[in-house]
Design a protein around this ligand. Structure first.
Ligand SMILES: [Zn+2]
Ligand SMILES: [Zn+2]
Length: 426
């Protein structure tokens, strides 16, 4: 078994409360231990670098099958490792929807064929994501599904949501919530507020999100099920999750970089790279998300990586699809906007990219404990660089950060003990 010796990096492992300069060695596909390895090894000097468990992005749209012009499992996972991400959980809003055991197994097989990173499929809550009838949850679990959601759309029926929580509880799987009361958002292209009035654009009120977050937290309390609120964008939502957690309800929440970096006045440019669902909100909401990250109300950072081919995003705002790509800007955006201004410490931020999502999904990743799978990310925390979307491994380029200067990035991505991305060699 070949040994990889990562020498003299600052190793951060939240599960072991580790944050110190030391050596880490990998014994083939598993973590060997700390300090000097027992025999000769391939040495990589990590002086000045941060060495962490491989990052997990639990909110990724890979588009395959059905929309391979936007992304494939191969291109999306190549983008992941280029961003320092070793595991992605992929959303089921493919065409057809990921609502069968076969579909889950196909997804895992395609990821293995591509050979970039781990893919954990998320199953649809309802058949065809139509919100009418529960999908075959048990069979999906048998096929490898790690959680359930109809993301892209909410589960509109409270009754279906209640049964989904009851059913998923039997398998100890979380239901991931895209919180949106559609009656309140139909036709909207941005947040409802002063800016939407000024621009004459149809708005989506924040309460459309808050109402469903409240509904699903009380349903989690009723059923004992586990809910995870995807892409929290409102101050009200952060408060509801904080209150729910204080009461011991099994609710967790996630923040995406665009929701804590931008506000809705970005829509003044009419640039579709600022159109997403839920939409960019106000300064008050951004501040509440940052506070929620700082006090650990929100335990997960994720991208909502949503690739769309250029011609789709080039349309008028009311016709263009929601969302942006995120995998290759995830870590730098978080370093630049959470670490640099002092919102989070490094161990806090890494926890939200490793143990946080691993806990929600119940997967055996996100740790450098000896014997664990050797998924490792090596980060240059200080390098300043300019985002060039033309260099993305993703098939799509819909990013608001093209040309932006960011601080820090992954320089080495190791999956199962194998180097899958190495910026030092580029
Ligand atoms: Zn969503
Ligand atoms: Zn999504």
């Amino acid at each position: 078994m070949s040994i990889l010796h990562l020498r003299n990096g600052r190793v951060i492992c939240p599960t072991q409360s580790l944050n110190e300069v030391t050596d880490l060695w990998l014994n083939g596909p598993t973590v060997g231990g700390f300090g000097t390895p027992p025999r000769a090894a391939h040495i990589i000097d990590c002086t000045g670098m941060i060495v962490t468990p491989g990052l997990i992005d639990m909110h990724v749209h890979l588009r395959e099958p059905g929309r391979e012009e936007d992304e494939t499992i191969a291109s999306g996972t190549a983008a992941a490792v280029a961003g320092g991400v070793t595991s992605v959980a992929c959303m089921p809003n493919t065409e057809p929807a990921l609502d069968t055991r076969d579909a889950a197994e196909f997804c895992i097989l395609q990821a293995q064929r591509a050979g970039h990173c781990n893919v954990f499929p998320i199953g649809a809550v309802t058949k065809k994501r139509e919100g009418k009838e529960l999908a075959e949850i048990g069979k999906l679990v048998a096929g490898g599904a790690v959680a359930f959601t109809d993301d892209g759309a909410p589960v509109a029926s409270a009754e279906i949501m209640r049964r989904a929580l009851e059913y998923c509880r039997m398998f100890d799987k979380a239901v991931l919530v895209h919180a949106e009361i559609l009656e309140l958002t139909t036709g909207g292209v941005m947040n409802e507020g002063e800016v939407s009035v000024r621009l004459g654009l149809r708005g989506m009120p924040g309460v459309a999100e808050d109402i469903m977050i409240y509904r699903d937290i009380v349903l989690a309390e009723l059923t004992g099920g586990k809910v995870h609120i995807l892409h929290v964008s409102t101050a009200g939502g952060v408060d509801l999750i904080r209150q729910g957690r204080a009461k011991g309800i099994r609710v967790s929440g996630e923040a995406c970089p665009h929701h804590f970096i931008f506000t809705d006045d970005k829509l003044s440019t009419f640039d579709s790279n600022y159109k997403m669902s839920p939409p960019l909100r106000t300064r008050k909401d951004v501040d509440a998300i940052l506070a929620g990250l700082a006090d650990d109300t929100l335990t997960v950072l994720a991208t909502d990586h949503a690739p769309h081919a250029a011609e789709k995003k080039a349309k008028e705002l009311d016709q263009t699809p929601n969302g942006i790509v995120g995998l290759e800007t995830f870590l730098p955006a978080c370093i630049t906007h959470l670490i640099e201004p002092g919102v989070l410490s490094w161990p806090q931020m890494i926890a939200k990219m490793t143990t946080g999502p691993a806990g929600v999904l119940g997967i055996d990743r996100g740790t450098l404990t000896p014997g664990a799978v050797a998924d490792v990310t090596v980060i240059d925390p200080k390098t300043a660089w300019t985002v060039d979307a033309a260099k993305f491994k993703s098939k799509s380029r819909n990013t608001p950060w093209h040309g932006a200067t960011m601080t820090g990035r992954a320089v080495l991505t190791i999956v199962g003990g194998e180097i899958k991305y190495d910026l030092r060699g580029v």
